[in-house]
Structure formats: structure tokens, C-alpha cells
Design a protein around this ligand. Structure first.
Ligand SMILES: [Fe+2]
Ligand SMILES: [Fe+2]
Length: 238
């Protein structure tokens, strides 16, 4: 068993090195360094949140596989891979790099699991049913240390202090605010994702609230019983 684990990690390390080399050929230096930083951040976050570290590392590394393509090339690649381009994507072609990248990676590397491919595909617009791996890659892309936007410090400090889903919602909130502030288009799918998570947050809060009121009720019933017993004791003594 020990040997198997060692073999597996050696295989993963070899694959990571191979993929890193290929990536370096495709991206600008800036984008490549960002990708390595996302891989490290995703691996560190995966450790904290109990997600597969190697899957997080490789998905983080490869998430921007198609990032250096022009809008024209991305549109062509989307057609080639059968990625649906909605009317909105005409104005947001750059978003397509997540999906075309995922399709290209699935073709290029049979070693990649569908979970990793999905995390790459979801790193721009996200989805209403993000897996833990999807969330780790999405957040790592945003908070990796080379990103310098000021409001990310709070997000970085929250890693490990709140749940992964809460951290994801906070990250998504920052993205949405950023788009609104800069008067950028918001993809309708992104609004659906936002609404789905707000709905879940409300349900969770309601459930937590009703659990609290049940325990408060139970507490006050206990206090009442205790008072009754105390009175009975006093009456007996008197
Ligand atoms: Fe990206
Ligand atoms: Fe990125």
C-alpha cells in the first residue's frame, strides 16, 4: 500500500511537471506565473478544506489553458468543440476560455479526471451546483497572492475560518460588485448562480434560526421544570 501511494504521488508529480512545461509554451510569462500561483493557492486551500490536493493543484495550474487566444480564435474553438455561444457571449467572448480550455484539456491529457475538467470549465461563470473542487479553483484564481486588488485581503484572511461555500459566496459577491462598478456586462447565467446561492444561504439561515429557537424553547422548558422542582422541595421542607 505504501509503495502504491508513493507510485501514485510520483506519477502525479511527473504529470504536473509535464503539464507545466506545456502550459509555459502556451501562455505569456505573466499568465504562466499567475497559473502556477493559482495551483499553489488551490493546493493550500484544498488541504484546509479536505479537498483532493493534487486535483486542486493540477486544475489550478491548467485553468487558463486557453487564455491567450484572441476573441476570434476563441469563437472558432467554441464552434469546433460544440460549446454553445449565447447572444450574451458575443459581448463576453473572453469568458469562453474556461469552456474551450476544458474541452481542449480533455482532448490533450487523458490523465485528467472529469472533476478537474469541470473545475476548469467553471472557473469564470461558476455554476449553481459547484463542487468543493470547483469552488477551490474559482476562489484560488481570485485570491492567489499575485492578484493585487485591495479588497482581496479580507477574503484571504477568511480561508479556513468560514466554510468553503461561504467563502465562495463572498468571492462571487466581489466579482459581481466589480462588474457593476466597472459597468461591465453580467452574464445571465451568473445571475442565476448568484440567486441560487442566496436562496441556499437563506434556507440555511432559516434552518439555523429554527434550530436555535427549538433549543431556546427546550432550555426554557428545562428552566421551568427546575423552578417547579425547587418550589416542591421548598414546600416539602416547609
Ligand atoms: Fe481564466
Ligand atoms: Fe486565471
Amino acid at each position: 500500500m505504501v509503495f502504491m501511494a508513493k507510485d501514485a504521488s510520483e506519477k502525479q508529480a511527473k504529470f504536473y511537471a509535464k503539464a507545466r512545461k506545456e502550459l509555459e509554451k502556451r501562455l505569456t510569462n505573466y499568465r504562466f506565473i499567475h497559473s502556477v500561483s493559482v495551483a499553489d493557492t488551490a493546493a493550500a486551500m484544498a488541504k484546509v478544506y479536505g479537498v483532493d490536493v493534487e486535483e486542486a493543484r493540477i486544475a489550478g495550474l491548467l485553468h487558463d489553458w486557453d487564455k491567450n487566444h484572441s476573441d476570434k480564435e476563441l469563437t472558432e474553438r467554441a464552434r469546433k468543440f460544440g460549446v454553445t455561444i449565447s447572444a450574451f457571449e458575443d459581448d463576453m467572448v473572453a469568458l469562453l476560455h474556461a469552456q474551450t480550455g476544458a474541452c481542449a484539456l480533455a482532448e490533450e491529457f487523458s490523465e485528467l479526471s472529469p472533476k478537474v475538467i469541470q473545475a476548469v470549465a467553471r472557473h469564470t461563470s461558476a455554476a449553481a451546483d459547484m463542487t468543493d473542487l470547483d469552488m477551490v479553483v474559482y476562489i484560488a484564481d481570485m485570491i492567489e497572492p499575485l492578484r493585487t486588488r485591495g479588497n482581496l485581503a479580507t477574503l484571504r484572511e477568511l480561508v479556513g475560518k468560514i466554510s468553503l461555500e461561504e467563502l465562495f459566496v463572498k468571492s462571487y459577491e466581489i466579482t459581481m460588485k466589480h462588474l457593476v462598478t466597472r459597468h461591465r456586462f453580467i452574464h445571465p447565467d451568473s445571475l442565476d448562480v448568484w440567486n441560487a446561492y442566496i436562496q441556499r444561504e437563506r434556507l440555511n439561515n432559516e434552518q439555523a434560526g429554527s434550530k436555535q429557537s427549538i433549543s431556546e424553547q427546550a432550555g426554557s422548558e428545562q428552566e421551568k421544570d427546575q423552578r417547579k422542582n425547587d418550589n416542591n422541595d421548598r414546600a416539602r421542607k416547609g
